[in-house]
Write a new protein. Sequence first.
Length: 207
Amino acid sequence: MTGGANSAHPHLPGRLAPADLADVPATWPVDSSVTHFDSSYLQMRVDTIVSPVGERLSRAVVQPRGAVGVLAVDPEGRIMLVEQFRHAVGHRMIELPAGILDVEDESPQVGAARELAEEADLVAEHWEPLLTTRSSPGYTSETLLVFRATGLSGVAEADRTVREGEEADMLQWWVDLDDAVDAVLAMRITNGLTVAAILAEKVRRSR
């Protein structure tokens, strides 16, 4: 292959990427904005934006609160996944312990620790960011931060959360990482956040 980064591909459309390729902040002017739904959980609005060539474009924007997920790892390298019913897709989904940041002024790590305790009855001594993902940036601003949690222990029986709604019959599974990767590649696990975290953990361990 000839040519360096940011030069044209030698025989296909597109350019060769630099090693530090990344998302970058950008804005187009907003000519008007109409809110159609607003709750404590999310807002849905329609913005009319103006492109650099002056084209006016109508774009729906779903703006929920921030969310977090937890990849909890036991001493043998297994990961914690939960199973719960999701009405919108009509499935019992295999997912990371995760949830929205719905406590005022709650930091992402504190929110992640709360979700881990509520959904998996676990507390962790050690926390580190694993990845950030945006669920569907074509229409939602939702950003999800996943933490890796180790040094695990169980929440005392008397302090465990009484689960309600879809979480009432939630199941907890300890899964070997390679089995989880196989499940992702076989399309048996399809939750986007969970897929990304499992593959990120696999890459992390291979380095």
